[in-house]
Design a protein around this ligand. Structure first.
Ligand SMILES: *Cc1c(COP(=O)(O)O)cnc(C)c1O
Length: 401
């Protein structure tokens, strides 16, 4: 038996924190780490944001939870605000990203079912995708390492190379219900598809009566400098999922849909116990209060550029370590010449946190309200971390395996 009472599913670093302040995490002994991982894009407004703390404590003093048997005013309000600022007409609240995806997949299948096309349940997804860890979302993601040992893969997902429009057209059959994609692939290494590919997908969907689902669990709620990443592409989906950033650290997700796409989701066909409860709604509304303030998203874009330019200079200086800088807004990736664990380690020595991803990428996802000073401080620390790797050839060599 291992020493811990917890499932051994996480390869945890030997590091824990007691407190957070803005873009900083603080250990029990007072050591301060610059948090450019932000709970993997979850702490969208950093740690201990006064408006979020006030919203949560105020609601905690009034009412924590009622079931969805009743009207929940905070839910109607957050739903209406998401609708006002997106393509959507309808919203279903969940507790997590994977649950939002489950709702999206069910919504797409029900749409065709109520149209009298029961056999139309297949969903086209992309290689490198990540949509969560439930049985359906590991089938959607299609990654062997997440599917292995969990019995038969949930039926109905067809996987296509990311960016290959011809392969998508070939894969569409009369049984195709939807195409599901991340507007920028997060877990597989900040992979940005050409806008032309995304527009091509929309055209194919329109031509074949297929629904387009965007998984914006990582990219949504301001991360890329727009409220939703699809706003960069010039097309809108029929269904979208959000989670991570919308709760600012409180577990919260949502499935958004047009009225037409949501028409099969009638009373009783789907549900949730916790989804959209008053505590979550108070925090979600408070997050939107800040992110929708005039000029906030422009600032995210400006800060993203500032960080990206600084990273590009580091990449130029150390081509033996850094292959490329990727991403948009504050969803950035340092693509290394070797697995990102080596850079993660030297960055940790410099007391700055990033989040590893696929394709040799270390993600930087600072809070959206990170200050210019903290960006500058972060760049100096990353510079030292990369420099340490550049002057330690043994380390880069050993990281290659
Ligand atoms: C994190 C993530 C998910 C899963 O969210 P959970 O809250 O962990 O279930 C789904 N899709 C994308 C794009 C994600 O980044």
């Amino acid at each position: 038996m291992s020493g811990s009472a917890l499932f051994d599913t996480f390869a945890r670093l030997p590091l824990s924190f007691e407190q957070g302040e803005g873009s900083w995490l603080i250990t029990a002994d007072g050591t301060r780490y610059l948090d450019f991982a932000a709970g993997i894009a979850v702490n969208s407004l950093g740690h201990g944001h006064p408006h979020l703390v006030a919203a949560l404590t105020e609601q905690a003093n009034k009412l924590w939870h009622v079931s969805n048997l009743y009207e929940i005013p905070g839910q109607s309000r957050l739903g209406a605000r998401l609708v006002e600022h997106s393509f959507a007409d309808k919203v279903f609240f969940t507790n997590s990203g994977a649950e939002a995806l489950e709702c999206a997949i069910k919504t797409a299948r029900r749409y065709h079912y109520v149209n009298g096309q029961e056999s139309r349940f297949r969903v086209i997804t992309f290689e490198g995708a990540f949509h969560g860890r439930t049985l359906a979302t590991i089938a959607a993601g299609g990654q062997k390492k997440y599917l292995e040992g969990f019995g038969p893969k949930v039926e109905g997902f067809d996987q296509i190379p990311f960016g290959d429009l011809q392969a998508v057209e070939k894969a569409i059959t009369p049984d195709t219900a939807a195409i599901l994609m991340e507007p920028i692939q997060g877990e597989s290494g900040i992979r940005v598809p050409p806008a032309q590919f995304v527009r091509g997908l929309r055209d194919l969907c329109d031509k074949h009566g297929v629904l387009l689902i965007f998984d914006e669990v990582q990219t949504g709620i301001g991360r890329t400098g727009k409220l939703f990443a699809y706003e960069w592409t010039g097309v809108t989906p029929d269904i979208a999922t959000i989670a991570k950033g919308i709760g600012g650290g409180f577990p919260l997700g949502a499935c958004l849909a047009t009225e037409e796409a949501a028409k099969g989701m009638t009373p009783g066909v789907h549900g949730t116990t916790f989804g959209g409860n008053p505590l979550a709604m108070a925090v979600g509304n408070a997050v939107l209060d800040v992110i929708l303030e005039p000029g906030f998203l422009e600032e995210v874009a400006r800060k993203g550029l500032l960080l990206k330019q600084g990273l590009a200079a580091i990449a130029d200086e150390f081509p033996q370590v850094v292959e490329e800088i990727r991403g948009t807004g504050l969803l950035l990736g340092i693509r290394c010449k070797f697995p990102p664990s080596a850079l993660q380690q030297t960055m940790r020595d410099e007391k700055i946190l990033g989040a590893p991803a696929g394709d040799n990428v270390l993600r930087l996802l600072p809070p959206l309200n990170v200050t210019d000073e903290d960006i500058q401080e972060g760049l100096e620390r990353i510079h030292r971390a990369v420099e340490a790797l550049a002057s330690a050839p043994a380390m880069t060599a050993s990281a290659k395996v």
